[in-house]
Write a protein that binds this ligand. Structure first.
Ligand code: GLV
Length: 323
């Protein structure tokens, strides 16, 4: 008999078919208590779990006593209680390589759109305000040649450094848990303390996972360290930034602008003060959201679950010690 799995995210047809070749699949719309109660038997017998953007905590795991592997269609796994998974010997698989280049593109898009005020001036054109040759009140600031500070030098940080170094001739500062030879040798990156980076960078780009250590890493004191002309970009996880402090920094002119793909609460509430600020570009967490990359992530996640439930875990596993 094929193992049973719960799928909590729609998949492209061919990937759904691939999953069904290996497993008996129950598709649900989310992992809410109501959904779990509605499909109690399927959850109780499932050995695998596949999806994204839902909390997987010990309350859910209690309803899934047969679970052996979870597979998330994401690189980030802050939605998962990893300790609870470890305690139950449940593998956690993710997609660390499929989205690197696409998220780096998103970061560059945020840098360019905040610097050149792309969204704001395009809105003005649509509103019929382009009635004469533009003056300085429509001007932006340069990107090329400015100093880029990258906080978090993982795969995505490196791909951003590559774009900035070769494409935009930007000197690169970075802060990370350890020095990164590749960033230094290939892209001339200079390792520095976080405070030094914040003081010296024209663009501060955050691309960090959310952990206990990174929660609210950037707050009031950190924004005060940045240049008044600094542009702040976050495409990692919202809660790494104290959003209230960010709003105050923008309102009080502590920093020049912000480009944000992630927020403390997603979807971003419509009454967020961020949305009233013309110098903020707010995106709906599109980091990896291209057709090609989302397909590749879903395909990797399906393969990850097949490997995990067949005892063939060689890569893409957060807690390989569990196997
Ligand atoms: C996106 O935010 C991801 O973690 O894949």
């Amino acid at each position: 008999m094929k193992p049973s799995v719960i799928l909590y995210k729609a998949l492209p047809d061919d990937l759904h078919k691939r999953l069904e070749e290996h497993f008996t699949v129950t598709q649900v719309k989310n992992l809410s208590q109501e959904t779990v109660a509605q499909h109690a038997e399927a959850f109780a017998s499932a050995e695998g779990l596949l999806g994204s953007s839902e909390k997987v905590d010990s309350a859910l795991l209690e309803k899934m006593p047969k679970l052996r592997a979870t597979s998330t269609i994401s690189v980030g796994y802050d939605n998962f209680d990893v300790e609870a998974l470890n305690a139950r010997n449940v593998l956690l698989m993710h997609t660390p390589t499929a989205l690197t280049e696409t998220v780096a593109d998103t970061l560059m898009a945020l840098v360019l759109s905040t610097a050149r005020r792309v969204v704001e001036v395009a809105e003005r054109v649509k509103a019929g305000e382009w009635t004469k040759s533009i003056g300085p009140d429509w001007f932006g600031v340069d990107v090329h040649g400015k100093t880029l500070g990258i906080v978090g030098m993982g795969r995505i940080g490196l791909a951003l450094a590559q774009r900035a170094h070769f494409g935009f001739n930007m000197p690169i500062l970075y802060n990370a848990r350890r020095q990164h030879k590749e960033a230094e040798e290939r892209f001339n990156g200079r390792y520095c303390e976080l405070d030094t980076l914040l003081q010296e960078a024209d663009y501060v780009c955050l691309i960090l996972p959310l952990t206990e250590e990174t929660h609210h890493l950037i707050g009031k004191a950190k924004f005060e360290k940045m240049k008044k002309t600094a542009i702040f970009i976050n495409a990692g996880r919202g809660p790494v930034v104290d959003e209230k402090a960010l709003i105050e920094a923008l309102q009080q002119g502590e920093i020049h602008a912000a480009g944000l793909d992630v927020f403390e609460q997603e979807p971003l509430p419509i009454d967020s003060p961020l949305l009233a600020l013309p110098n903020v570009v707010a995106l709906p967490h599109i980091g990896s959201a291209t057709h090609e990359t989302r397909y590749n992530m879903a395909s990797t996640a399906v393969d990850n679950l097949i490997d995990a439930l067949n005892g063939k875990v060689e890569k893409n596993c957060v807690n390989p010690q569990v196997k």
